[in-house]
Design a protein around this ligand. Structure first.
Ligand SMILES: [Zn+2]
Length: 898
C-alpha cells in the first residue's frame, strides 16, 4: 500500500484516563452498555472454581448445604477473616466489636409480623427467632441498623422452658448490631427463642425497606419495596445478616387495604378487619439467606387501572413470555426444579440496581422489564432480555445456592453473567450472543484492566465497607473472563489440546500456578509475535504487562515484573489460505520457537477467535500483511479475530506500542466488512478517538477520513425502507444492528445525507402529528433508529423540534420511547434549552428521580453543556495530544485509502 509510516516514539506516555472513555457517547446517542456495573463482588482463589462450570455449582450446593444444616459445625470457608480471639467457650468479652457475627448461635426460623403505615412511612414489627446454640454464650448478637428496639425476651426450650433473665440489651451502631446480654449462658445443642418488637421508618433511600413513588393522573402515588442485598436486611428487622445464616422465614404484613402486598412466597391466609386493614400471611419459605427476603406493598390497582385504560397493557408481556421459556431452560440445565410455587417480577420506578433477584419476587426498574413491542428498538430489547435472563438464573445460583461470604459472590455473579450470553443465545439464536460477548465484555474489560489503578481479581474482604467497594465490575467481569478463556472452548477442546501440549513438551506445569498468574496479578499481558531474523522459520515471542500509561508501570511496578503463563493459539496464513491452529505455551519473558515454513508473504495470527485474555502485537511487516489480507479477502480471518485485530490495533497505538497511523490504515478495509462485530469494535474505538480530537483545529481531517471509510457502506445499506402504514421489514438481528451502527457513524461524523434523512423524518413526524396526533408507532421513524434520529433532529433543527420532543416526552407512556426522547433533549447545543431542561427537571414532579439522574448524566456529556468537559479533556488526554496528535494529523493530511 506504500503508505508512509510514522515512527514509534520512545517514551510511551499516554494518560490512563483513556480508560474513562469506555462509555463515550459521541454526538449520537450510544446504548447503555450494561446494567450490572455495580452489582458485583469479588472473588475466590480456588483454581477449580475457575475451571469447571457446572460441576462446581453442584459441589458448592453440597458444601453450602452442609454448612447450613450441620449446626454443630460453625460456618467454615471464609472464617479466616474472623477475629482470632474467639473463645471456644463463648467467654469472649465483647463479641459485638468484631467485624463478623460470633458463631455461637444459629438461626433456624424467623416469624416476622410487620404493620406498615404508608400514611407516615413508618412500620413496626414483632419478631420471633428460633435458634440453636452451637457454643455456650451469654451474648446474642444480631444485626440491626436504624431500628428502634422496644421489647426483648429470650426463652429456653430446654427441659424447664421459660424466660431467661436479661442482664441488659443495647445497640452498637459502629457494627450495626444489637446485643442481648443474658445473666446465664446459653448451652450448646439447645434451642432458644428470641422475641423482639421494633419500629423504624420506611426510608427514602433505596436501601432496606424503602419507599418509591410515581405519578398517576397528576397525583403522586407510593409503593414500599425492599432491597436487602448485600447488607440491608438489618434495616428492616433484627437478624443474622450474613449469607451463611440460612433460615426459614414466615412473613406477615398488615397494611391499609388500599394497598396490596407480595412477598417471596404466596399468601397463605388473608384477612380484612373492620378498620380497613388487610393482613396477609405468606407461606413459610425454604431455607434462605436474609438478603433474599423480600416484600412489597404497592397500589396494584394502579396497574389494573392502567391496563383498563389500555395504556400499560402488555408492557410486561415480553418479560413474562421469556421468563416462562427461561424457567424451563434453567430447570433442564440445572436439573433442579424451580423450588418455589411462584415467581413475581415486580417493576418499580426506582431501584438501587437494575434489578434484584429476591427469591420468588424479583424486582426490576421499569426500564429493565417493561417494553412496548410496537416501538421498541432491538438494542433496548436485548438489554432487557439480558437483565431478565440474569435475574432468573439467580433463582438457582444465588437464591438456591448461596456463597458463604462476599468474597465468593463472584461465583453467583459470574454464572449469572455467563448465562446472560448462553440463555439469550438459547432464546434468540439469531442474536449471535457469543460473538457479541467479545465487543461488549472482552474489549471493554481489556480497556479497563489496562490502567494502572486496576487490581488483582482475588482479594480478601474484611469490613462492610470493603463489601461495597468491590461492587465493581472490572474485577467481576475479568474474573469471569479468566475462567471463560478456558471454560468456553468445549467446541475446539482447547483445554484438551492444552494438556496434550504440556505433556508433549514434557513440561511439569502446575496448573494452580498458571491460574494464579491470572487471578492474583493485576492487569494482563501483551504478547508480541515477530519473525526471528537470524533463524529461519522461527518466531520470537515476548510478553509484558500491558498498560496504557508507561509512566505508571515504571513507578509502580519497578520492584516486581509481572509474568503470565499464556496459552497462545497461533495460525499462519496467506492470501487464500489459513493453516490449522497450533497451541504455543509462553511462560518466559521471551522465547523463540520454530513454526513450520514461513514465507515472505505468510502472516501470523495469534489468539485465534479471541479466546485468550491478552492482547497480541506483531512486527510491522506482519501487521502490513494482515491489513493487506483484510483489504483483499477479509473472511479468511474469522469474524471474532477481525474484531479483535481492530480492538488490539487501536489500543496498542494508543499505548504507544504501534505507530498512530496503523489503526487508520486498518479501517480502510471496513468498506469490505459485512459483519456487525468488526464494525462495532471499530466504532467503539473511533468514538474514543473522536472524544480526544473533536475540539481540535484539524478535527475535520479526522472526521472526513472516517467518513470516507464509512460512506461506501452507508450508501450501500441505506436506511430501512418502509411504505406508509407498513411495518418495517424485519432483517436479521445482526443485519439490523450493522445498519444501525453504520448510520450512527455516518450521522456522528457529519455525513450530510444522513443528517438530511434524520431531519426529514423528524419534520414529517411534526407535520403529521399536527394534523392527526399520530403516535410514533404510526410515524415512519424506524424503531432501531429513533434515538439517533431524535438526537440529530434536536441538535441540527430549530427550537420547535426541542419543544415538540419535550411535549412528547411528557405525554409518552412507553418507557423506551421516554428514554430516547429524554436523551434527545440533551443533544441540543442551545444552552438556554439545556438550562431549562435542568431547571424543570430539578423543580418539577414531571421527572422521577431515576430520569432526573439520566438528564444530569446526558447534559454533562454534551460538550456545549454547562458542565464543561474542558478540565477532563486537559487532564485526561493531554499526554496523548502532546506526543502524537501533531504527527497523527500530519499523516492524515496526506493519506487516504488506496
Ligand atoms: Zn446478579
Amino acid at each position: 500500500m506504500g503508505i508512509e509510516e510514522l515512527s514509534v516514539r520512545n517514551s510511551r506516555v499516554v494518560s490512563d484516563r483513556w480508560a474513562d472513555s469506555v462509555a463515550v457517547r459521541s454526538r449520537a446517542p450510544e446504548r447503555h452498555i450494561t446494567v450490572h456495573k455495580r452489582l458485583i463482588l469479588a472473588f475466590s482463589t480456588s483454581i477449580l472454581m475457575l475451571l469447571v462450570v457446572t460441576a462446581i455449582a453442584v459441589t458448592l450446593a453440597v458444601n453450602f448445604e452442609k454448612c447450613g444444616e450441620n449446626v454443630a459445625t460453625p460456618p467454615t470457608g471464609s472464617n479466616r477473616t474472623r477475629n482470632r480471639n474467639d473463645d471456644p467457650r463463648g467467654g469472649d468479652v465483647q463479641p459485638w466489636r468484631r467485624s463478623r457475627l460470633p458463631t455461637a448461635l444459629w438461626p433456624r426460623h424467623y416469624d416476622l409480623q410487620l404493620s406498615i403505615y404508608m400514611n407516615n412511612f413508618t412500620f413496626s414489627g414483632e419478631l420471633n427467632i428460633e435458634l440453636e446454640c452451637v457454643n455456650a454464650t451469654k451474648f446474642i448478637v444480631l444485626h440491626a441498623d436504624r431500628l428502634r428496639v422496644d421489647k426483648v425476651a429470650v426463652y429456653s426450650n430446654a427441659k424447664k422452658p421459660g424466660a431467661m433473665r436479661i442482664h441488659r440489651h443495647f445497640s452498637y451502631p459502629q457494627k450495626q448490631v444489637y446485643i442481648i446480654a443474658l445473666h446465664r449462658e446459653m448451652k450448646p445443642l439447645r434451642t432458644y427463642k428470641i422475641q423482639l418488637s421494633f419500629q423504624a421508618q420506611i426510608q427514602n433511600r433505596l436501601l432496606g425497606f424503602f419507599r418509591t413513588s410515581y405519578m398517576l393522573h397528576g397525583e403522586r402515588r407510593y409503593a414500599a419495596v425492599t432491597q436487602f442485598s448485600p447488607t440491608h436486611a438489618r434495616k428492616a428487622f433484627p437478624c443474622f445478616d450474613e449469607p451463611v445464616y440460612k433460615a426459614t422465614f414466615r412473613v406477615t404484613l398488615t397494611h391499609d387495604a388500599f394497598y396490596r402486598s407480595v412477598s417471596n412466597m404466596p399468601v397463605e391466609l388473608s384477612s380484612l378487619d373492620r378498620d380497613g386493614w388487610l393482613t396477609n400471611r405468606f407461606f413459610r419459605t425454604p431455607r434462605m439467606s436474609t438478603y433474599y427476603v423480600s416484600w412489597a406493598v404497592c397500589d396494584f390497582s394502579y396497574r389494573e387501572t392502567m391496563t383498563h385504560d389500555g395504556v400499560m397493557s402488555g408492557f410486561g408481556d415480553y418479560a413474562l413470555h421469556i421468563s416462562k421459556s427461561l424457567l424451563n431452560f434453567y430447570q433442564d440445565y440445572f436439573r433442579v426444579t424451580y423450588p418455589l410455587p411462584k415467581l413475581d417480577l415486580l417493576a418499580v420506578p426506582k431501584l438501587q440496581y437494575a434489578a434484584m433477584e429476591n427469591w420468588g419476587l424479583s424486582v426490576f426498574v421499569e426500564q429493565k422489564i417493561l417494553l412496548d413491542p410496537e416501538i421498541v428498538s432491538s438494542s433496548y430489547k436485548m438489554d432487557l432480555t439480558m437483565v431478565v435472563v440474569h435475574e432468573i438464573c439467580h433463582q438457582w445460583l444465588g437464591d438456591l445456592v448461596t456463597p458463604v461470604w462476599w468474597d465468593e459472590v463472584w461465583i453467583k455473579e459470574g454464572f449469572a453473567h455467563y448465562f446472560e450470553f448462553v440463555a439469550s443465545d438459547f432464546l434468540f439464536p439469531g442474536w449471535k450472543m457469543k460473538q457479541r460477548f467479545l465487543t461488549d465484555v472482552l474489549h471493554e474489560v481489556l480497556l479497563l484492566d489496562g490502567i494502572a489503578a486496576s487490581y488483582p481479581v482475588s482479594q480478601e474482604l474484611l469490613r462492610v465497607a470493603d463489601i461495597h467497594r468491590v461492587f465493581d465490575w472490572i474485577s467481576y467481569k475479568k474474573n469471569y473472563l479468566v475462567r471463560h478463556q478456558y471454560g468456553n472452548t468445549a467446541r475446539d477442546d482447547l483445554w484438551n489440546s492444552f494438556s496434550q501440549a504440556v505433556r508433549r513438551e514434557g513440561r511439569d506445569i502446575n496448573i494452580k500456578e498458571v491460574m494464579d498468574g491470572w487471578t492474583l496479578q493485576m492487569g494482563y499481558p501483551v504478547v508480541t509475535i515477530s519473525r526471528n531474523q537470524s533463524l529461519e522459520n522461527s518466531i520470537s515471542f515476548s510478553q509484558e504487562h500491558f498498560l496504557y500509561d508507561m509512566d505508571a508501570k515504571i513507578h509502580q511496578f519497578s520492584d516486581k515484573s509481572l509474568q503470565w503463563q499464556i496459552p497462545l493459539n497461533l495460525a499462519v496464513g496467506n492470501i487464500s489460505h489459513i493453516s490449522s491452529v497450533s497451541l504455543i505455551w509462553i511462560s518466559n519473558k521471551t522465547e523463540t520457537q520454530r513454526v513450520g515454513r514461513i514465507g515472505e508473504e505468510t502472516w501470523l495470527l495469534g489468539n485465534i477467535n479471541q479466546t485468550g485474555y491478552f492482547r497480541v502485537n506483531y512486527d510491522l511487516h506482519n501487521w502490513r500483511l494482515l491489513i493487506q489480507q483484510l483489504m483483499i479477502n477479509p473472511t479468511i480471518i474469522s469474524v471474532e479475530n477481525r474484531a479483535g485485530l481492530l480492538d488490539d490495533v487501536f489500543s496498542l497505538a494508543r499505548a504507544g506500542y504501534l505507530p498512530q497511523n496503523l489503526p487508520m490504515q486498518i479501517i480502510c478495509y471496513l468498506s469490505k466488512e459485512d459483519d456487525f462485530l468488526p464494525w462495532h469494535a471499530a466504532s467503539r474505538a473511533l468514538y474514543q478517538l473522536d472524544k480526544l480530537l473533536d475540539r481540535t483545529e484539524d478535527y475535520s481531517l479526522f472526521s472526513n477520513y472516517v467518513l470516507q471509510q464509512v460512506e461506501l457502506k452507508y450508501h450501500k445499506l441505506d436506511w430501512p425502507r418502509v411504505k406508509a402504514g407498513d411495518s418495517f421489514k424485519q432483517a436479521t438481528y445482526h443485519a439490523d444492528e450493522l445498519q444501525r451502527e453504520v448510520i450512527i457513524l455516518a450521522c456522528s461524523f457529519g455525513n450530510k445525507h444522513c443528517h438530511r434523512q434524520a431531519m426529514s423524518l423528524v419534520s414529517e413526524w411534526l407535520s403529521t402529528d399536527k394534523n392527526s396526533n399520530l403516535s410514533p408507532t404510526l410515524c415512519r421513524i424506524p424503531p432501531s433508529l429513533r434515538d439517533v434520529v431524535y438526537c440529530t433532529g434536536v441538535s441540527l433543527m430549530d427550537e420547535d423540534v426541542w419543544e415538540f420532543m419535550w411535549k412528547k416526552f411528557q405525554s409518552s407512556s412507553a418507557i423506551s420511547e421516554k428514554k430516547d426522547l429524554l436523551e434527545a433533549l440533551t443533544c441540543s447545543d442551545n444552552t438556554f434549552l439545556l438550562h431549562r431542561l435542568l431547571n424543570t427537571s430539578l423543580n418539577s414532579e414531571l421527572l422521577p428521580d431515576q430520569e432526573l439522574i439520566d438528564v444530569l448524566i446526558h447534559v454533562a456529556r454534551n460538550p456545549h453543556a454547562l458542565f464543561s468537559r474542558a478540565l477532563e479533556v486537559v487532564q485526561a488526554n493531554v499526554k496523548w495530544q502532546q506526543i502524537y496528535q501533531e504527527s497523527f494529523f500530519q499523516w492524515l493530511s496526506k493519506s487516504s485509502c488506496v
